[in-house]
Design a protein around this ligand. Structure first.
Ligand SMILES: NC(=O)c1ccc[n+]([C@@H]2O[C@H](COP(=O)([O-])OP(=O)(O)OC[C@H]3O[C@@H](n4cnc5c(N)ncnc54)[C@H](OP(=O)(O)O)[C@@H]3O)[C@@H](O)[C@H]2O)c1
Length: 285
């Protein structure tokens, strides 16, 4: 059984490879598909087969998937280009006779109103039309997404956002990675749809309390209108499209778009998800 993981030099993909190894998968049975092999030298040193392919290079993808039985498509990070890129991956997997594809989507992708869901929805649809057996790993937010807010929270005593009193059911990347590995390593996963989120569901006021405990300083949540929050992020140096996307996602939190009580993540990993305090403290230490 050969299992390939795309985006294996990214945060999540790397953790999936680690999880596969931890669960006893021989390194020689794992293919790390990456666009920059030099970044995967440590994986190659451990016996993982590293193959080069960019999501925009359909032919290279097909070559990289030769002999692969199961594939994890980690969604790309080039927002706006991902529909075409993911279509390349799916078409190449089909041409290479890959038997099963798992895709890292977003919570409730078919109904979600957040902007980020658009490309995930299109990818899910493409998979459904491909004829390949597939499973959807609809990932919720990572707690690590809030790491970038910690320095400013330390300086200003405020966590800014536009999530109102909505809750986010986030988990650590490692949790989602273990869930992906569990799906890749078990049978009967065709057509499964997992709504993955943590069992800790926090409002941003509660998240501010967690950040306060992590950094040992008082932090309170300051809710801003979406446009004002986007402008503040841009003022802090983020590119306008990213600022707008983050504010849009926060507005999604306000209406429950990044909340779930499905229990799917916990069932797949066989334990509770990582609390925010642990994910943020470990990541900041
Ligand atoms: N659930 C959440 O909270 C959340 C948050 C942020 C992102 N995401 C999504 O989840 C994915 C995984 O998260 P992450 O934290 O692992 O992100 P990440 O660290 O940015 O990793 C993204 C991976 O995709 C690869 N990639 C991007 N464009 C590519 C291309 N054109 N061809 C081949 N590979 C390409 C990157 O390769 P390089 O290593 O060469 O850059 C990297 O390995 C993200 O890409 C994004 O779609 C989810």
């Amino acid at each position: 059984m050969t299992i390939a993981v795309t985006g294996a030099t990214g945060h999540l993909g790397r953790l999936v490879v680690e999880a596969l190894l931890d669960k006893g998968t021989p390194a020689a049975d794992i293919v790390a598909v990456v666009r920059t092999p030099a970044k995967a030298a440590d994986l190659a040193d451990r016996g993982v087969e590293v193959r080069q392919a960019d999501y925009s290079d359909r032919a290279a993808l097909e070559t990289a998937f030769a002999g692969v039985d199961k594939l994890l498509l980690v969604s790309g990070s080039e927002v706006g280009q991902r529909v075409a890129q993911h279509a390349n991956v799916i078409d190449a997997a089909k041409a290479a006779a890959v038997g099963f594809v798992a895709y890292t989507s977003v919570l409730d992708a078919q109904n979600s109103t957040i902007g980020l869901a658009v490309e995930h929805r299109a990818t899910e649809d493409r998979l459904a039309q491909s004829g390949i057996d597939f499973a959807l790993l609809r990932n919720g937010w990572y707690w690590e997404n809030y790491l970038g807010s910690i320095p400013a929270a330390g300086e200003t005593g405020a966590l800014f956002g536009s999530a109102g009193t909505g809750v986010v059911a986030a988990a650590a990347r490692k949790d989602y990675a273990e869930a992906a590995a569990a799906v890749l390593l078990s049978d009967g996963q065709a057509s499964k749809v997992y709504e993955l989120g943590g069992d800790e569901r926090l409002t941003y006021s509660e998240l501010a309390d967690v950040i306060s405990s992590v950094i040992g300083k008082p932090v309170s949540y300051k809710d801003l209108p979406q446009a004002e929050y986007a402008a503040a992020l841009e003022g802090a140096g983020l590119p306008a499209p990213i600022a707008s996307m983050l504010a849009d996602s926060d507005a999604g939190v306000a209406i429950g778009a990044l909340d779930t009580e499905s229990g799917d993540l916990q069932r797949l990993i066989g334990r509770n998800s990582t609390p925010a305090a642990t994910a943020l403290a470990v990541s900041t230490s």
